[in-house]
Design a protein around this ligand. Structure first.
Ligand SMILES: [Zn+2]
Length: 122
């Protein structure tokens, strides 16, 4: 199999994009932490009305869901950055095949080719 190297001219903007993405996601995670009603230290637990409780529960669940989403993306972005460092960006971490450049343009954080991604989802 021929060694495929991702074009350096494309690598630099992608690296910058991913770094920016990482910073944005880290900040978003922090913002979400602050939004979580369960993190509110002023919260009065004993006298909380049922309504307040329910909305806090809901708020907490929403924030948790968003945080998980942000976390997942953050891990993916970091993984892609690691692959750039290793010089393996653009190749699938599972099968080693070249990832479709069109796919990378849409998902620069992709570390798996479409085929392997689909297999994983099943
Ligand atoms: Zn693959």
């Amino acid at each position: 199999m021929a060694k495929v190297i991702f074009p350096v001219s494309l690598l630099e903007p992608i690296k910058q994009f991913l770094h920016l993405e990482e910073r944005k996601l880290s900040k978003r995670k922090k913002d979400l932490d602050e939004q979580d009603p369960f993190n509110d230290r002023e919260r009065v637990v004993d006298n909380a009305a049922v309504d307040t409780d329910a909305s806090e529960q809901f708020g907490h669940a929403t924030v948790e869901g968003l945080k998980r989403e942000v976390d997942r993306k953050l891990i993916q972005v970091r993984k892609a950055l690691t692959r750039i460092k290793l010089g393996k960006y653009g190749t699938c971490e599972k099968c080693g095949e070249m990832i479709d450049t069109d796919r990378l343009m849409v998902f620069p954080e992709a570390t798996m080719c479409v085929k392997c991604e689909k297999k994983k989802e099943k």
